[in-house]
Design a protein around this ligand. Structure first.
Ligand code: PHE
Length: 449
């Protein structure tokens, strides 16, 4: 199916590609990071800005990645070199490094969710969830589950695009949608859910004006849509020219927002119904790993069923995202060093596993890595991609993005590209400025202890 390189892997179906891209997007970011950021950013104000950023920044940037990836028929390093020019290969390497860094701590958090899911299923939730989280999140257990999760990710990536990533996404993604929707329906029945909904859905004008909420919403949109480090570019490189790229980008972006939004409809009512607001703001992981489990524990048998479903959904989301990060690095190794997929994937997984031991042993390191790689590098990557795709290779993009699109979607391409040229760069540049400041402060605080 690929147009170059007889042996290059490819997606078998359109749905397979869309679900794999949605699988990359929907992940811990939708539940762990989104609910935390939303509670920090005043709930509804954050949610509103976040949907705006998804549409205005997310869709054009995703389209730029899709266009460069499909045209380049190569991992980001090679795709950028071919489509834009030799120097931009550096942006591809930046993406590969970013992917590796994010994967390393992402797998640690994913490991915690695996342990929570198994415990929910076999022994139930503990009474003291704060102390329990302390035990789960640092040291030997965290390292062991991190390694286990990485091995599962590696096995899927080794099986290739069609036989591994596509196959797994076609089954797991519908299952995840089903679980999250079911949980939201259940949350309606909770006493006191109303207060949770109102914090989540009623924006505070003061928060809407706060630049730090803007920065957080934009950065969260990039993280959640897997943009800025070449994951979407890598997946699109396995497509042929029949795929409708603008339509696919739109579907993936709305799906990702939809899952985050619906997950909020679960998290907020549960937290308010059990009066757990305090446990949420306390740490990046408070909502998911401390407040929610303590609510599930208080609910008895039902809590165990619901809690198991919740953590299984998290594991599924984490897995389909982690495979996309490992794929970026794997594909870069395959295309640049001409090594077999198995070798490339194994090398990438070993690197990510070793790097991940640091955040596994110290959650402060995890927060630091999330700031640097999960926020700053993504925003930087997004800015560079907007400039490359929107300005340097605009003609090729106009042509590439219309190829395979239906007439209506093809007609949207120039509009979306105009947004990519004129609207995206100034906003992302402003976000980058605030994000750089935040990141420096975080790094300085970290080293001062
Ligand atoms: N989008 C994923 C999530 O929301 C995380 C991710 C970031 C995946 C960057 C790939 C690249 O969990």
């Amino acid at each position: 199916m690929a147009t170059t390189g007889a042996s290059r892997d490819a997606f078998g179906t359109r749905a397979g590609f869309i679900l794999a891209a949605a699988g990359s997007a929907v992940g811990l970011g939708n539940m762990w990071r989104f609910s935390y950021q939303a509670s920090e950013g005043g709930g509804a104000a954050f949610v509103l800005l976040y949907i705006g950023m998804t549409i205005i920044l997310g869709i054009p940037l995703m389209l730029a990645e899709f266009g460069i990836g499909r045209r380049g028929q190569s991992a980001p390093v090679g795709a950028l070199r071919r489509v834009v020019g030799p120097h931009s290969a550096l942006v591809g390497w930046l993406g590969a490094v970013g992917s590796l860094l994010i994967l390393s701590y992402y797998s640690v958090i994913a490991g915690w969710t695996v342990r929570y899911a198994l415990e929910a299923l076999f022994v139930g939730f503990p009474g003291d969830t704060g102390a329990h989280f302390g035990a789960v999140s640092a040291g030997g257990s965290a390292a062991a589950f991190h390694v286990g999760f990485m091995v599962a990710t590696l096995l899927i990536v080794m099986a290739g695009i069609k036989g591994g990533i596509e196959r797994v996404s076609l089954v797991l993604m519908p299952a995840l949608f089903f679980i999250v929707a079911g949980l939201a329906v259940w949350a309606v029945t909770l006493d006191g859910a109303g207060e949770g909904y109102s914090v989540y859905l009623k924006p505070d004008v003061g928060d809407l004006m706060n630049p730090s909420v803007w920065r957080a919403a934009a950065a969260q949109a990039f993280f959640s849509l897997s943009l800025g480090m070449g994951a979407m570019m890598t997946f699109a490189s396995y497509l042929d020219r029949q795929a409708n790229l603008p339509q696919s980008a739109t579907i993936v972006a709305y799906t990702d927002f939809g899952v985050a939004f619906v997950a909020g409809l679960v998290v907020f009512p549960v937290i308010f119904s059990f009066g757990l607001q305090g446990a949420v703001g306390a740490s990046t992981v408070g909502a998911l790993f401390i407040a929610l489990p303590s609510a599930f524990d208080a609910m008895g048998a039902i809590g165990r069923v619901v809690g198991t479903a919740f953590f299984v959904a998290l594991v599924v989301g984490a897995l389909t995202s982690a495979i996309s990060m490992l794929e970026v690095v794997t594909a870069s190794f395959i295309d640049e060093f001409k090594v077999p997929r198995r070798t490339a994937a194994t090398a990438a997984a070993i690197l990510a596993t070793l790097l991940g031991l640091l955040p596994a042993l110290d959650t402060d390191v995890l927060g630091l890595m999330d700031k640097i790689a999960g926020e700053f590098l993504l925003v930087l990557g997004a800015l560079l991609l907007a400039i490359l795709g929107g300005w340097l290779v605009r003609k090729q993009m106009l042509e590439e993005l219309a190829a395979g699109a239906s007439p209506w979607w093809a007609a949207q391409v120039p509009r979306i590209l105009a947004v990519l040229r004129f609207v995206v760069p100034p906003i992302v540049a402003a976000v980058l400025f605030f994000s750089a400041r935040e990141t420096v402060t975080t790094v300085v605080d970290f080293f001062r202890g």
